[in-house]
Ligand binder design. Sequence first.
Ligand SMILES: [Zn+2]
Length: 557
Amino acid sequence: MNTKMTHHVARYCTAVVNLLLFTSFAVGISAIVFAQETKVGQASAQNLTSTQLQVARGCVYRDDNGNSVRDPGEASMPGVRVSNGQDIVTTDASGHYELNVDDDAIIFVIKPRNFMTPVNSQQLPRFFYIHKPGGSPANFKYPGVAPTGPLPESIDFGLIPQSEPDQFRALIFGDTQPRNVEEVEYMAHDVIEQIIAERAHGAALGITLGDIVFDDLSVMEPLNQAVALIGIPWYNVLGNHDMNYDATDDRHSDETFERIYGPSYYSFDYGPTHFLVVDDVTWLAAANGEPAHYVGGLGPKQLRFIKNDLAGIPQDQLVVLLMHIPLTDVRDRQELYRFIEQRPAAISLSAHTHYMEHRFIGSEDGWQGPRPHHHIVNVTVCGSWWGGRKDERGIPHATMSDGGPNGYSILSFDGSRYDLQFRAAGRPDDYQMNIYAPESVSTDRLSSTPVRVNVFAGCTNTHCQMRVGSTGQWIDMQRSTQPDPAFVNEKARDKAILLKNWRDLPETYSTPHIWQANLPEAIAAGTHTIEVRVTWPSNRESSSTRLVRITPTASGS
Ligand SMILES: [Zn+2]
């Protein structure tokens, strides 16, 4: 995107519409919020604040040589969508658009298929123009946006042609969440180097689902440098630890995020897929003796953007919503459900909980669609906040509270179909489960001894079987919700050690992705393999093996 600020402003100045609006007004944005969060007295004080409404203009052009400058011969692009974070307009036959903006707005282009916006040196897509004439509040601990001055004469977005097939991959990071640069280094060695060695798994783009950092927003810079070395465009979602806590309202809680990444909610197409990045972290100022805090929420302005955005997306196109807080913890989620529940293909992803889980949202949560909504709570890169004993590299094992390792997901798309593949940090790609069984079992105890398998990315549609020995019968295993046995043991071991050079693990989470079956009755004494075979919803298969020693029943017992 480039902006032109010429001396020849007069042509447009006369056309600039200056409107004084009173905030209560502003399209009813806050009417509901006021009713819930503030007293009448505060609301009327807000009424006195004025906002300058102007018209932003510009065009979208085909940046054939990718230099972010409109060169002679580079064509206008009609039919491209541009937004002010609420309204969406489509460029006209000459590639032009007009949008109302107030003095705290971000204008952005919605990337269409087969075109790319520029990225900066850290692979962060530059698809927006920030209009904050007065800048972000100057007293924040972490800087926001510097004053941007008046609207440029023309805010132009160049789109670079590229070919986007029906089949592609995206890398999905849950919370990376380093507290400091040392933890950025953990991430670099544990995850980034592996992805570089795997040539980004052939992915076309990557996404971090919020909690990019852990409160210290100055860590975003070194983190972005490391992630950039993966070498693919990287999109970001806002998390509750990525906010300006000095803010006294939600609107100003994302200033640093906006400076570095752009708008906190936006959308783009890649191939046949529509990605909708959602900001579901609402910041509430201290009030009535309650300290400032966040809640899961979207707010009416964002909901209007989402509604407008989806109105432009064909019904049969796969929509992938990306957010930080799981959808079931978002207080105004019902409004969002209404926009997506009739679509044949819509999924959503979040992180935040630091365990991996597939949720299928149905009528019990107010979902009215014909099929449950698939919501994926993604594995986190930092696992359990970089906690747990350190390995020979000095990096914490960071096992999550569901017993799964830290890592990331590889999401494969093919038309409106998708397939999620779990990838553990520092492990081969076939490390998809842990099998738990006693070291030895006596023959009289076989049929009462359970084998448990934690399938890290397992869901209700995952099929799990086991057999003993290479000729044993396959036995169906049953899914159950229970704590991961190894995690429980590790917690106990950790607790017994008083002087630790590592961070504590979180409380154990009862995970719904453990499968269980008892050993078959007739196994001869000796050492045997327990083989587990997992069939994923996409019909891919994974397997793993554990050894068990079967001992003869002691005589007299
Ligand atoms: Zn979080």
